[in-house]
Design a protein around this ligand. Structure first.
Ligand code: CA
Length: 236
């Protein structure tokens, strides 16, 4: 899942990004409010290449647009993207203001990274637009908590532990079975915006993922659709 983080404190932003990346999220990090809105406008613009955020983490006090203003602008565009607000303000009035602006949850600084991850999981559970903690597709089951892919082998579940990128790829394919997924879609979705990964990085990751599936006896293959991209067949 891709997360947009809008946080101006470098140390905290870096720590959050590191924690989330280790937990298999992909993070776009904006360091002020105006930059944050730039990312959100790309997300909201249906005609642009699709950047799919699962959740946005907004710091309240930011240079430029504040977290509250960003949240209000987002809701004005009728977006239901889940918002987790971060702030040093912990008065009841402040919390009410944050929630009234359209935030789904609220985390008071300083907070522990384990709590941040738990709040994100809670948002995932609550939001119908986000994936459940387990995703099923045919005889495949992806377990978010264990970061493991299970496949049904004659009635028995066989688990394949995945790396972060392998997990993210499987999640993307299992959420779009039978669809041709292009290399650009994979880059937009699973790599950081502006990160400019090497051009063959998707092909290399796909090779690793397929090899791991095959080595573990999972014969559900992700096929290459020549010149177009990749496809996970629903019944294979
Ligand atoms: Ca701040």
């Amino acid at each position: 899942m891709k997360v947009l983080l809008v946080e101006d404190e470098p140390d905290l932003g870096m720590a959050i990004k590191k924690t989330l990346t280790q937990a298999a999220y992909v993070v776009d990090w904006a360091q002020d409010g105006d930059d944050g809105w730039g990312y959100l406008e790309i997300y909201l613009d249906a005609t642009s290449p699709v950047v799919e955020y699962g959740v946005v983490i907004l710091d309240w006090l930011l240079p430029g647009l504040s977290g509250i203003e960003l949240c209000k602008k987002l809701r004005k565009r009728r977006s239901t993207l889940p918002v987790l607000m971060l702030t040093a303000k912990d008065g009841e009035e402040d919390k009410v203001m944050g929630l009234d602006a359209g935030a789904d949850d609220y985390l008071v600084k300083p907070f522990g990274m384990r709590e941040l991850l738990a709040r994100l999981r809670a948002l995932q559970r609550r939001s119908p637009t986000l994936q459940p903690l387990q995703l099923r597709c045919g005889n495949l089951r992806l377990d978010w908590g264990e970061r493991t892919l299970y496949y049904d082998d004659a009635g028995e579940d066989v688990g394949i532990p995945l790396t972060n990128k392998e997990f993210q790829l499987m999640e993307y394919f299992m959420r779009h079975p039978n669809q041709i997924i292009t290399r650009d879609q994979i880059l937009d979705r699973l790599w950081e915006f502006g990160g400019e990964p090497a051009s063959n990085v998707v092909a290399a990751q796909m090779r690793l993922l397929r090899r791991k599936l095959a080595e573990n006896g999972c014969n559900r293959t992700i096929e290459t659709v020549y010149g177009l991209g990749y496809r996970l067949k629903q019944d294979g």
